[in-house]
Design a protein around this ligand. Sequence first.
Ligand SMILES: [Zn+2]
Ligand SMILES: [Zn+2]
Length: 169
Amino acid sequence: MIEMSDHDHSFCIDRVLADAKAVCAEKGVRLTDQRQSVLRVLAASHVPSSAYDILNQLNKERKEKGETMLAPVSIYRALEFLIQHGIIHRIESRNAYVACNEGPDARHRHGEATIFLLCDKCGRAAEFQSESLGGLIETIAGKVKFSPNAPVMEIRGLCEECQKLEGNG
Ligand SMILES: [Zn+2]
Ligand SMILES: [Zn+2]
């Protein structure tokens, strides 16, 4: 579970990168430098980033190092790869991306639903898995013989910190 409060992200980045390496090793696919750098940007924040946020940040770093600029297509390709292997998620309502918060062992078992709690004010996203909600969705879908894909729910609202700020304002 993601802490919605502020904390040291270096731990999150290390953990997300280590998990991603484990997933890629297990599947026999390559976590290239470019895929890794896209993932690093996402893992550094619990606020979902758009493809252009990622592109701008990486190109800023590359410019400082005197490296060639990346084109948007390379970011989209890396994002596609990371989604395909369950390493990141797309937040549809924001057209943005966030690193998956589940470790390789806990990651998205069949029949579970993923819930994102999205703060409207600070933009943070918290990810949860629910077996009971997944079961409920399968029951409802089963009534009309509908076959659901891995269901994802995006729920908007205010995180604890932003509620406190609102209260004080
Ligand atoms: Zn996830
Ligand atoms: Zn908030």
